[in-house]
Design a binder for this molecule. Structure first.
Ligand code: ZN
Length: 407
């Protein structure tokens, strides 16, 4: 079942077309500079144009924050993502802006060719704003990206698994999903993560729900405290904001993405009705259908982000809880630098073009499944037959923005 949104539902959160409207190319929602040498928090809402809840939340937080701007220690920047798609109330105009931050597109930013598409223009505008903030950073930079989903369910954070991202994410009371960036090429967060920022994605709930706006607001307030920009005591109703997001599934809070079901328009993909984020699933359970028949779960775990809207390239994801022991062990191994030694093992060789990339012949190196590389902080690039290509996540332990002196 694909619930069709009426125009009325689309406009729930955009009641006024005066100061509250969306303007093409107008990315700046608000910015505050307390202490230019302090940490920076950048929050982007509406990178998908049908996910306006994040933008409304940022406008609400900004109007309260204005009254306490003298307490801000650091820099705060709130941005609208895909302004032209937000104006239209669509996920995107020509292509998904949150899949556009690929190395090849970034090398063409500002080129005539890229400026031919609406999202190419958006990418160029956002990149120049982010660039101006990052080059002037003198302390840690945190980037949050606010999203919403077509299915209902509890809110959760998506985190690229560097130790710095993990440490930041664990200060929030939300369920955390590791490894989504492995499944998606060209997300904005992966791009800024590679530039050295600490990043956190957040799925605040269902599009167009008032609850989602509140969840996003709570996340941003808690982020202002967790980044050290505001004192907890300066945050309105801190405890209320905290308990609003407090969530766990069967006592677990940290999950890893294991599988993405890709969808093309010609597949006629239809998700079975009634699924929510983090619903437990069994191996072999029917989840959806397409032109080739029924689609079943490959393993036991939890269902994530089932697609209940027309536009989208991800039908659903499945995930699994990660044990605290695994998290602890991976932290220890990465801090002592075990990852530098795996390249001398049989069946593992370095990519001649990129020293951070390893090529693993899995018929030789059979004892090193993908999980071992995850443990050591690598991300999967691709499988080519029995060959697995992995690369080290950049800036895993050390921030490029923080000098030794500042610690
Ligand atoms: Zn989104």
């Amino acid at each position: 079942m694909t619930p069709q949104l009426s125009t009325d539902e689309r406009t729930i959160h955009r009641p006024d077309h005066g100061s509250g409207a969306f303007i093409a190319g107008d990315h700046n929602i608000a910015s505050f500079i307390g202490d230019a040498a302090g940490p920076t928090l950048i929050v982007v809402g509406g990178l998908h144009g049908n996910e306006s809840a994040g933008v409304f939340a940022l406008r609400n937080v900004a109007s309260t924050l204005r009254d306490q701007s003298d307490r801000i220690r650091g820099r705060v920047v709130f941005l609208s993502g895909n302004t032209r798609a937000l104006f239209e109330g669509k996920r995107y105009i020509e292509h998904d802006l949150n899949r556009a931050w690929t190395p090849s597109a970034m090398s063409r930013v500002g080129s005539q060719e890229l400026l031919q598409t609406s999202e190419g223009i958006e990418l160029t505008e956002l990149d120049s704003i982010l660039d101006s903030i990052l080059i002037t950073a003198r302390d840690e930079v945190y980037v949050l990206d606010l999203h919403s989903t077509s299915a209902d369910g509890m809110p959760f954070a998506t985190v690229g698994d560097t130790l710095r991202n993990r440490k930041f994410a664990q200060q929030f009371p939300v369920a955390i999903l590791l490894g989504i960036e492995e499944q998606l090429e060209g997300t904005m967060l992966e791009y800024v993560n590679n530039l050295g920022a600490v990043t956190l994605g957040f799925e605040g709930g269902q599009h167009y729900s008032e609850k989602t706006v509140k969840n996003h607001e709570a996340l941003v307030w808690i982020a202002l405290a967790n980044s050290g920009i505001l004192a907890e005591t300066d945050i309105p109703n801190f405890n209320e904001q905290y308990s609003r997001l407090d969530s766990a599934v069967d006592g677990s809070r940290i999950f890893e993405i294991r599988y993405r079901h890709p969808v093309k328009p010609e597949d006629d993909f239809i998700m079975d009705a009634g699924y929510s984020n983090f619903d437990p699933i069994e191996k072999g359970q029917a989840l959806a259908s397409d032109r080739n028949g029924r689609i079943f779960a490959g393993e036991k775990g939890v269902l994530l982000m089932p697609l209940y809207q027309k536009l989208g390239e991800d039908g659903f994801f499945t995930g699994r809880r990660i044990s605290p022991f695994w998290l602890w062990l991976s932290g220890v191994l990465r801090r002592v630098g075990v990852q530098y030694w795996v390249r001398i093992l049989p069946g593992v060789r370095r990519d001649g073009k990129d020293p951070e990339t390893l090529i693993v012949n899995t018929s030789v190196a059979r004892v090193f499944p993908l999980q071992i590389f995850h443990l050591l902080g690598f991300r999967r690039r691709r499988w080519i037959g029995k060959t697995l290509v992995v690369s080290r996540r950049k800036h895993d332990v050390i921030s490029p923005f923080v000098s030794e002196r500042a610690g």
